[in-house]
Design a protein around this ligand. Structure first.
Ligand code: CA
Length: 465
């Protein structure tokens, strides 16, 4: 029973194989010429709330996968496998206290060190069902040989049940591709109480530090919690942080020196144990909503302009806590919520940011929430789709719309580009669905006219554009 619709975020290609994960937590490799199953492996037990939605990636010849199910108290992790056989090479849990393993040629488990320190940031046995699901997969940087995994919410949502930072939830975790060990981590939302899954992709880029003039090996992440983080991708040091949405209520700011948020304690949903009947804690209105300043849809970075193109959303939520205890396979939230728009005329906004200064260079607002990824090209263009069905091509420097085409159904996938017979092609998979219509409350009602559908569109990029 996955939390957030019947979805799949893509496949990896390796050798002659097409490799993808399934909602019942399996991995399947197909022969690319025949479609025949080359191998199939179970990731985890779906009856315990595990599912798999992330696109696998290939890192230094290894198949890298995550797991989904943070709303069911699963234990997040990143696995590395032999892509030709599906056999495990190493596994690295993303909840502090769990043992990592490598696997020998016979498939035997060999202990490879605990992630973090047992009970350092989790009281009692709560780490055993701690969440931090890696449901949006990972990115890989060959220069540092690090796999960067974003991790989801700590379980349950009710933060009063689990005092502490609850590592490595709502974080970026950098894992050595060879050893499967955590090299560094950066927690974007310590002690998350708003379901601000930090699964957002960590995008490698190099930039010139405005103060020292030195080129820095960095990574950018537009987090669901509304802040854009720039970290040194070799060691995780926080280099810059700035809001990329207009309203953030849970923190008054982010302290660059301590690399921690400055919490507004009055905006943490209340403890149900403190309420008169013990059943519902005080309700707070928080922004961003848990659907995030940005969610699963990937931003893009252009080395030409030095800008990140961030598909962002402006919305808020009423959120409260309820008592909850873990039961295998059942939802493990201890929270209720209603999502609301904060503006009449738009929710989505594609925004171009300079990561060195935090300055917004341009924005294109959109009535419906943006839920699809972004592509930028060496030709100085940015492409993105909208739930209203428009695939748009805009100028990377100014955001000026140069072209658009309505495909008739919503778009929640990233466009892609390739060269074929000397021509540049742009393609996008279309169809509306996912978390917004399921969990969007007032916002779901606002966009309930959108068409679902499901097709692949391919365009040729004419030279005059
Ligand atoms: Ca979550």
């Amino acid at each position: 029973m996955p939390c957030c619709d019947v979805i799949n975020r893509g496949a990896a290609l390796f050798g002659n194989l097409v490799i993808f994960a399934t909602l019942d937590a399996q991995l399947v490799a197909l022969n690319q010429d025949t479609g025949k199953v080359a191998w199939k492996e179970k990731l985890e037990d779906y009856a315990a709330g595990y599912s798999a939605s992330a696109a696998p990636i290939i890192a230094k010849g290894k198949l890298i996968t995550g797991v989904s199910g943070g709303e069911f108290g699963v234990v997040g992790r990143i696995d590395a496998r032999d892509p030709m056989t599906g056999k495990l090479l190493w596994t690295r849990p993303t909840v502090e206290g769990h043992m990592g393993y490598t696997f020998d040629a016979a498939g035997n488990k060999v202990e490879n060190g605990i992630s973090g320190t047992l009970n350092a940031t989790w009281p009692g046995d709560l780490w055993k069902t701690g969440g931090a699901a890696t449901w949006n997969g990972a990115t890989y940087d060959p220069e540092t040989n690090l796999i960067y995994a974003g991790t989801g919410n700590p379980a349950p949502w009710n933060s009063h049940n689990r005092p502490g930072d609850n590592l490595f939830s709502s974080s970026t975790v950098a894992i050595d591709a060879d050893t499967g060990k955590i090299v560094w981590h950066f927690q974007n939302t310590p002690h998350d109480g708003w379901d601000y899954d930090g699964v957002n992709e960590f995008v490698s880029f190099d930039y010139k530090d405005p103060k020292t003039g030195k080129v820095v090996k960095a990574g950018g992440k537009a987090d669901r919690n509304g802040f854009f983080f720039v970290n040194d991708r070799t060691n995780g040091k926080l280099l810059n942080v700035f809001p990329f949405v207009k309203q953030i209520t849970w923190a008054k700011g982010y302290d660059l020196k301590t690399a921690r948020p400055i919490y507004d304690d009055s905006n943490r949903p209340g403890d149900p144990a403190q309420s008169a009947d013990g059943k519902k804690g005080s309700v707070v209105t928080s922004a961003p909503s848990f659907l995030g300043g940005k969610n699963q849809m990937q931003m893009a970075y252009s080395p030409q302009t030095g800008l990140f193109y961030v598909p962002s959303n402006e919305w808020a939520m009423d959120i409260w806590n309820e008592p909850v205890s873990y039961k295998k396979g059942a939802a493990y939230l201890g929270a209720g919520f209603t999502i609301k728009a904060t503006h009449d005329d738009y929710i989505g906004a594609l925004r171009a940011y300079d990561p060195a200064t935090g300055k917004m260079v341009w924005e294109n607002k959109n009535y419906a929430p943006l839920w699809g990824g972004v592509l930028t090209t060496a030709g100085g263009l940015v492409f993105y789709g909208t739930p209203e069905g428009f695939l748009k091509g805009v100028d990377a420097k100014t955001g000026k719309e140069l072209w658009s085409f309505n495909v008739g159904t919503g778009i929640v996938a990233p466009p892609i580009s390739w060269e074929q017979d000397g021509e540049q092609m742009i393609a996008v998979t279309t169809g509306w669905g996912g978390a917004v219509p399921l969990w969007g409350g007032d916002v779901a009602k606002r966009v309930n006219y959108l068409e679902q559908g499901g097709s692949v569109w391919v365009f040729k990029l004419h030279k005059q554009l």
